[in-house]
Design a protein around this ligand. Structure first.
Ligand SMILES: NC(=O)c1ccc[n+]([C@@H]2O[C@H](COP(=O)([O-])OP(=O)(O)OC[C@H]3O[C@@H](n4cnc5c(N)ncnc54)[C@H](OP(=O)(O)O)[C@@H]3O)[C@@H](O)[C@H]2O)c1
Length: 339
């Protein structure tokens, strides 16, 4: 049984360079090839990253026997077609978030992977972060859970260009862009992993903008979800920052995560910790996993995916079923936007 996985990378954007740093911290990771829409960009990327093969044709890269698995780092609307091609060529797939443009596409991709006995995993960074998983392991201490409140608001570097009429894929309706798909997803994925799929959406408050000739994009939102016995609310934005932490609280205590996207610090406050301002203040118990500070943030998704490929088992954390649930929720929200 081989103990390495050789990757072909699709797309030469910033995200592919970012994930490569983390991927390479895994001894079992090999960057075997890169594919771009332009051979010049593919060669330049391959040269600068020390990757042996460069392609401008996906079918050719998929015929390369040196490639076992494909990382897809292209815009959301391309994931379905690229992933299906890879799976049909017998390659495992690690695909950027969201897994697809909608749940229907994701269902088809997951069925294809399962039919062929291949691994398909969404590169959702948040749920594989050890600090998040530490918080998850404390859920029973704070149960029954009464509130989930997650925030990820980050002013986008591409927002100013949007105001000038230049539309990046992450904002573009035809590319399945927008704040929910780009940023909001990071608040919803952990919720579904921890609490399961909600039975409904009880409130959605979304700021949108009409983009001439392209449809309506969403810029910021607040969503309330229906779960029995608890309130779940998420806040996300591409037009304003927020430094609010994420909190999961229950009758037994609270867990506070400084950031839900990539958690750097997690604190446990047992029930009885003064929260009212009366009595002694408590700093809580720091549950932060020291190793996280030493690792690249993208290390963990490759570690998980490679383990899945080598063992032949789907990820139980970033499971394809959760990818589908998350897309079902986002489909429901996006249905309300006029495209
Ligand atoms: N995990 C994270 O932290 C994180 C962060 C940012 C983005 N993302 C995800 O990464 C993906 C890419 O996002 P991005 O903002 O980097 O997108 P992007 O800059 O628009 O595109 C990334 C690369 O994909 C290729 N590409 C662009 N349009 C394409 C098309 N129509 N068909 C095929 N390939 C195309 C291009 O590479 P070539 O020119 O070489 O073909 C481009 O450089 C998205 O799914 C996004 O959600 C994840």
């Amino acid at each position: 049984m081989p103990d390495i996985v050789r990757f072909g990378l699709v797309g030469t954007g910033r995200i592919t360079s970012w994930v490569l740093r983390g991927a390479r911290e895994n001894e079992r990771f090999v960057a075997a090839a890169v594919c771009s829409r332009s051979i010049e960009r593919a060669r330049l990327f391959a040269q600068s990253q020390g990757i042996p093969a460069a392609y401008d044709n996906l079918d050719e890269m998929l015929r390369d026997p040196q490639v076992d698995a494909v990382y897809i780092g292209t815009p959301n609307h391309t994931h379905h077609a690229i992933a299906l091609k890879c799976l049909q060529a017998g390659k495992h797939v690690l695909c950027e978030k969201p897994l697809a443009a909608n749940a229907e596409e994701a269902v088809e991709m997951v069925a294809e992977a399962r039919r062929r006995g291949l691994i398909l995993m969404e590169a959702m960074i948040s749920t594989l972060n050890p600090n998040f998983l530490k918080a998850a392991s404390f859920l029973k201490e704070i149960g029954p859970i009464r509130r989930y409140s997650a925030t990820y608001c980050q002013y986008s570097s591409k927002y100013e260009a949007l105001q000038r009429g230049e539309v990046a894929a992450s904002f573009d309706p035809p590319c399945a862009g927008g704040a929910l798909m780009d940023i909001g997803i990071y608040t919803i994925w952990p919720m579904v992993y921890l609490l399961g799929e909600p039975t409904g959406i009880s409130g959605q408050h979304i700021l949108t903008r009409e983009l001439p000739g392209r449809g309506v994009t969403d810029l910021q939102g607040t969503l309330d979800f229906v779960y029995p016995g608890l309130n779940a609310t998420v806040f996300y934005s591409k037009i304003a920052d927020s430094f609010l932490p994420t909190e999961i609280s229950g009758e037994g205590g609270s867990l506070v995560l400084d950031k839900i996207h990539i958690c750097r610090q997690v604190t446990y406050f047992p029930h009885g910790t003064p929260a009212s301002g009366r009595g002694e203040d408590s700093t809580g118990t720091d549950l932060t996993v020291p190793e996280v500070a030493q690792r690249d943030d993208y290390y963990y998704e490759f570690q998980e995916f490679i383990s899945c490929v080598l063992s032949g088992h789907e990820s139980r954390i970033n499971s394809p079923d959760t990818s589908i649930s998350v897309l079902r929720i986002m489909d429901q929200v996006r249905k309300q936007l006029k495209h």
